[in-house]
Write a protein that binds this ligand. Sequence first.
Ligand SMILES: [Zn+2]
Length: 388
Amino acid sequence: MKTNLKTEITVKDICKGFIYNELEGKGLFGLAGKLTIQPEYQRNYIYASDGGKREMAVIQSVLKGYPIGLIYFNKISENNLEVLDGQQRITSLGRFLTDKFAIKDENGMQYFGGLAKDKKDKILETKLLIYECEGTESEIKEWFKTINIVGVPLNNQELLNAVFSGKFVTLSKEEFSNSRNSNIQKWSAYISGSVNRQDFLEQALDWVSKGEISDYMSSHRNDDNITELKNYFNSVIDWVSTIFIDVEKEMKGLEWGRLYELYHKQAYDTQKVSEQVKELYADPYVKNRKGIFEYILGGSNDIKLLDVRIFDEATKKSVYGKQTKKAEKKGMSNCPLCAIGNNNNKNRIWKLKEMDADHVTAWSKGGATDVNNCEMLCKTHNRAKGNK
Ligand SMILES: [Zn+2]
């Protein structure tokens, strides 16, 4: 790969002919049309999120004469360059020069158009450090995958989109990385993250590939359709939204793909499921509401998923005191199970730290986690009971 360092290109040059596409959230062209700011494998513009702090910081840096870092172009031909790295910074500059946002100076919030002439000139005449790279597609992609990007690093899915760029990625992004897709709102009930940062696409790929995203993208790279990806994704979403009628906020970000694989062949009475969900949501002893859905799907057996609240120290102490007093009077063990046993522990008085609290009536059978349903057992018996 050939690289050529350019030091004479100014902000004014770069932003000549800059267009920002509001709908797609993209900066499009620069260098009077020679430069494509956002090629297919680049992420959307994200510096404007965060209340625009990052794009303002780019402008402030330029005004103070601070370097804004190296920028990399891919030279496709004499009159055709693409931004490999620096798209966010260039878009910030372009957006500022076209009065898309304001910065704070001693006179308050200022748009570029309203800045003093010396400040305008300072920005326009700032020279950028630009590497023009020429190489094969695979060389450039390999390199792009490994460079350490200034600002917000590319996340995993953004890197994969770059590495496997092509028809399949383009179509996938149109469906899953498009904030104008009206399905996003429905999907957001089950998937967390942001459309712009490829989180929905990543989820869809993760489900269809059972976690082997990279392999899947590689083998489908040249497909001219995304039918399988779309169908699988929609099957998972339809399945969840059919079984769980009510949307709860704890559903967001659960492993729906895994649960779909495990349970989609089972039949459920959705009315009953809905009642179970409500009951568990109302249960003050359920600590992990995210576990409710898998708990129900699995037949309400695996209580671990709910992380049911345990007895607090005060309750344990009080029950221990009562139990021990009684036991001492009778000359028997303060562990009720030891007391009815036939070994040396029959009369043993355990210390508090040698015992654990147990539900007399199991939580799963409606037993509460309060003092009236608490019994102290020696650790051995408690463990034995818990394993049943
Ligand atoms: Zn015991």
